[in-house]
Design a protein around this ligand. Sequence first.
Ligand SMILES: O=P(O)(O)OC[C@H]1O[C@](O)(CO)[C@@H](O)[C@@H]1O
Length: 448
Amino acid sequence: MKLEFSYDFAKKFINDHELSEFLPQVETAVKYLEEKKGAGNDYLGWIDLPENYDKEEFARIKKSAEKIKSDSEVFVVIGIGGSYLGSKAAIEFLSHTFANKLSKEKRKSPEIYFAGTNISGVYLQHLIEVIGDRDFSINVISKSGTTTEPALAFRVFKNLLEKKYGKEGARERIYSTTDKARGALKKLSDEEKYETFVVPDDVGGRFTVLTAVGLLPIAAAGIDIDELMRGAADAMVDFRAPFENNICYQYAAIRNILHRKGKDIEILVNYEPRLHFVSEWWKQLFGESEGKDQKGIFPASVDFSTDLHSLGQYIQDGKRTMFETVISIEKPEVEFLIEEDKDNLDGLNFVAGKTMDYVNKKACDGTVLAHIDGGVPNLLLKLPEATPYHLGYMFYFFEKACGVSGYILGINPFNQPGVEDYKRNMFALLGKPGYEEEGKKLAERLKK
Ligand SMILES: O=P(O)(O)OC[C@H]1O[C@](O)(CO)[C@@H](O)[C@@H]1O
């Protein structure tokens, strides 16, 4: 088993005939995607990426990762949105939970931190303090090269590197991932002769995890990127199957059927902290792809059992506008045994001799049943284990499901016009040349 999908716990909410009646819409969406006939069809490079990628660049990624591992105690990855979430998801999912806190010998790769994901001076200052006087390298990732958050962070770390190692030395420690021909970062990278990797033209930011955008940081974390790609390649083949054997299309269909019944929110649920950033990646993938033209399922996420003690009440009992997709990992990496306590003051001796994972899975089963009883359909995704192969497989599963689902919804899943509005306002308020008039109007509105 590579990944299992079941909608048994949504059947109470969907009549048998609905799925077969929905089939023509799925088939049209798939046709749009595979024949590249739909809106945004110039951004479909991710579809055959697992076999059709730049092998020379892939080898260079591995070589650079080895260099980073050998000459850096700290590696700072600078990027935002699709330029960081894929690698962050993979690194968190596949590494030791406290990797940055392990000794160098145990870690076998640098401490990895992300920057350019916010506009916080406090965050930057604290990260600089964490690096201290240790050797470090950076990977600046930006397709446009002008996104404010990473551009500001890059200024900071580029200066820091140049002060510490001189211009020549810094050049050896700056890895740049950007457009192959255009943009501010490409220009600088060429001038400074940084080791440069490409964000392909036909792959939008949120679909770039299997390009250099995701792969260099993932490889630098000591993760086997061949296995990641192998998983994605298998998914690419498996998810060309007809609907009845294709869990990717089934997932896309079911979420849309539920959406049309008023389930406007999909909550991605996990029971393992290592999945937290997979959810963050998934939220950008679906949110930026589907939320447009005043339509779309709102993608949310929770970390259970933690959030059962906060949002659990709402999910069980609040407005009935949501469904859940639960990801579980079948085989835990660690069998953590619960011991007998002679006083048994907490009354938990009845689980002594069981593993934490056993209890966790019972919490999951119990919650799924409680939530469907409360009117929340549950979809289940079972991942056999936390390996690069299975993650690559799941990344591709979600990417293709997102493309199909977006076309079912009747939007262009591959653009993101809405994210420009806040940027325009921010630039105007900051007094960026060319935005003066707009800036005055906005300042007036803020006074009221
Ligand atoms: O790689 P860039 O150009 O810095 O963009 C980063 C992110 O910003 C967005 O363009 C919008 O905020 C995302 O789609 C993208 O993932």
